[in-house]
Design a binder for this molecule. Structure first.
Ligand code: SF4
Length: 364
């Protein structure tokens, strides 16, 4: 769902900034894409449905209900399935939350980022800190108990932000799940331009590391499981949808920029909203590209995805030999059945350890 009210300073997604969301046009085009790409009576059972964005909550109570009605003609959610929508705090009104709940939504992922009004203004977020608590209240009153929140860390040096205060404020809301994002400065964003002009200086690696470790210590001490490099959950509250990406499950995707994976081939749609609509209106598949993973890609992906989660990765031969040094360095543990699990210190080096392990595996 590509619409946002305003672009955040760090965002380089292909969003469509709209004051008024064209709900009818969007829902009808999703319906047409489904009919076009999956003709006939094909019907699936799914473990999870995820409305991502952009800002799906901008469809409002009725818009989300209509979109789900369209999806339900094709997809049946398993009895205890997870149905998540990403939401901006301002959009989670009591009426919208009730409508979402009635439409089957049982999980919200709320884009919080910070609890400081100054920081939120600097980010060009459209909500203030007070809206976050109200959103949690509205969701819980409506009966949506499973609520995740996102926070961004490692902000530029010029931004006066207390990471400790933000973590405390997050815990005070008792979310079931927390996702962390280390800020990266993409070139085609306001943030990228500010950096090029010298108005801001990116946080150094040391700050990234300190804040990441601080979040780990704080959230784990509060009873959260650090189950994936960027994600923390209360017991039994891991994100089912995202977990399926990390375990290689197949998924379907519709809408501009949506990705899909059938177990062997990946495909993704064109990003720009107008182009996606134009193609679907002409009866064309809005696919942008397809990719079939070769043996080498699969091996690299198995390692990278396996190391991301606390479930770890079963090692063999040369991989096992290579990873033994990491145990001594405090970057991982290896269980008696040869499963490597990275520690939080290992996750700080995830990219280089995954590359190293892939290389070792390819030589064996
Ligand atoms: S709300 Fe999300 S998708 Fe929209 S502009 Fe901000 S970061 Fe980008």
């Amino acid at each position: 769902m590509p619409f946002c009210a305003r672009r955040c300073v760090y965002c380089d997604f292909a969003i469509a900034v709209r004051r008024h969301v064209p709900v009818d046009e969007y829902v009808e085009t999703v319906e047409r894409e489904l009919a076009l790409r999956f003709p006939g009576e094909e019907h699936w059972t799914a473990e999870t449905i995820y409305l991502g964005g952009g800002t799906p909550s901008r469809l409002g109570g009725e818009g989300v209900a209509r979109l789900l009605e369209v999806l339900r003609r094709r997809v049946e959610l398993e009895p205890r399935g997870e149905l998540t929508i990403e939401a901006n705090p301002d959009d989670v009104t009591p009426a919208a939350a009730r409508a979402w709940r009635d439409a089957g939504v049982n999980r919200l992922s709320i884009g919080v980022q910070s609890f400081s009004d100054d920081v939120l203004r600097w980010m060009h977020r459209i909500h203030d800190a007070a809206a976050i608590g109200k959103a949690f209240d509205a969701a819980r009153t409506a009966g949506i108990e499973d609520i995740s929140l996102d926070l961004i860390f490692a902000l530029p040096n010029e931004v006066d932000r207390s990471w400790e205060a933000d973590l405390r404020a997050a815990l005070a809301l008792d979310p079931t799940h927390v996702s962390l994002y280390g800020l990266t400065t993409e070139p085609a964003t306001p943030l990228g331009r500010w950096r090029d002009r010298g108005t801001i200086t990116e946080a150094r690696d040391e700050r990234y590391e300190v804040e990441y470790l601080q979040a780990h210590d704080t959230l784990v001490a509060a009873g959260y499981e650090h189950y994936e490099v960027s994600n923390f959950a209360r017991p039994c509250r891991r994100a089912g949808h995202n977990s399926s990406y990390w375990t290689g499950s197949p998924y379907a995707g519709v809408g501009p920029g949506a990705h899909e994976y059938d177990g062997s081939e990946r495909r993704w749609n064109v990003d720009p909203y107008v182009e996606w609509m134009r193609r679907v209106a002409q009866g064309l598949d809005p696919v942008e590209a397809r990719e079939t993973l070769d043996e080498e890609n699969r091996a690299a992906e198995r390692v990278y995805l396996g190391l991301r989660t606390s479930d770890g990765l079963r090692l063999t031969g040369a991989e096992l030999v290579r990873a033994r040094d990491w145990v001594d360095a405090g970057w991982g543990t290896i269980s008696s059945d040869g499963r490597l699990r990275l520690t939080v210190l290992g996750w700080l080096r995830l990219d280089s350890l995954a590359a190293d392990l892939t290389l070792a595996g390819s030589r064996s």
